[in-house]
Ligand binder design. Structure first.
Ligand code: AMP
Length: 178
């Protein structure tokens, strides 16, 4: 992907706030207007990549589903491969599993056991940093496999939820902050 030929877009203008979704009290950041706009989509990926280009990265990893939207194009932009982190029952080969706590109950993420090696420098990516629970689980999962987390990278950070603190001491980078 080439650099950006135009002055930067205001990406905030392509993110739609949906109050009380998926439940009362949550202000949902809907990125579908951004995804459907070719320049906004490309600029999102390039600006995310710009935040980590100075770092040595072997691989990009992201959890389904919205992490995949930015993870694979970012890997291409950075010239590295992509590794999917998935919900249970989706990966066909040998798996490593991470169970993590939700507000009520638990959830699980999985990776193929040969997806990373000891010392692999992995960049973890998602669309939104909210409480940080999902990204923390991704960090724990790749670390149990011996990989190093270079940074946790997001398009959007909901600062008031303090997900960044939960991800310490990992490096956290985001393009847009609310
Ligand atoms: P987290 O609380 O950081 O574990 O968020 C879990 C996932 O839900 C993230 O990967 C986001 O994609 C998504 N998410 C959480 N809160 C929001 C929100 N307010 N707007 C849009 N997506 C969200």
């Amino acid at each position: 992907m080439a650099g950006l030929a135009h002055p930067p877009l205001d990406l905030n203008g392509y993110i739609r706030d949906i109050p009380d979704f998926p439940k009362p009290g949550i202000l949902f950041k809907d990125i579908t207007p951004l995804l459907s706009h070719p320049r906004a989509l490309r600029e999102s990926v390039v600006r995310m990549a710009d935040l980590v280009r100075d770092q040595k990265i072997d691989l990009v990893g992201a959890a389904e589903a919205r992490g995949f939207i930015f993870g694979a194009p970012l890997a291409m932009e950075l010239g590295v491969g992509f590794v999917p982190i998935r919900k249970p029952g989706k990966l066909p080969y040998r798996r490593v599993t991470q169970v993590y706590d939700l507000e009520y109950g638990t959830d699980t993420l999985e990776m193929h056991s040969d997806a990373v090696q000891t010392g692999t420098r992995i960049l973890l990516v998602d669309d939104v940093l909210a409480t940080g629970g999902t990204m923390k689980a991704c960090c724990d999962l790749v670390r149990t496999m011996g990989a190093d987390v270079v940074a946790c990278l997001f398009l959007i950070e909901l600062g008031f939820l303090e997900g960044r603190a939960r991800l310490e001491p990992n490096q956290v980078r985001s393009v847009l902050s609310y």
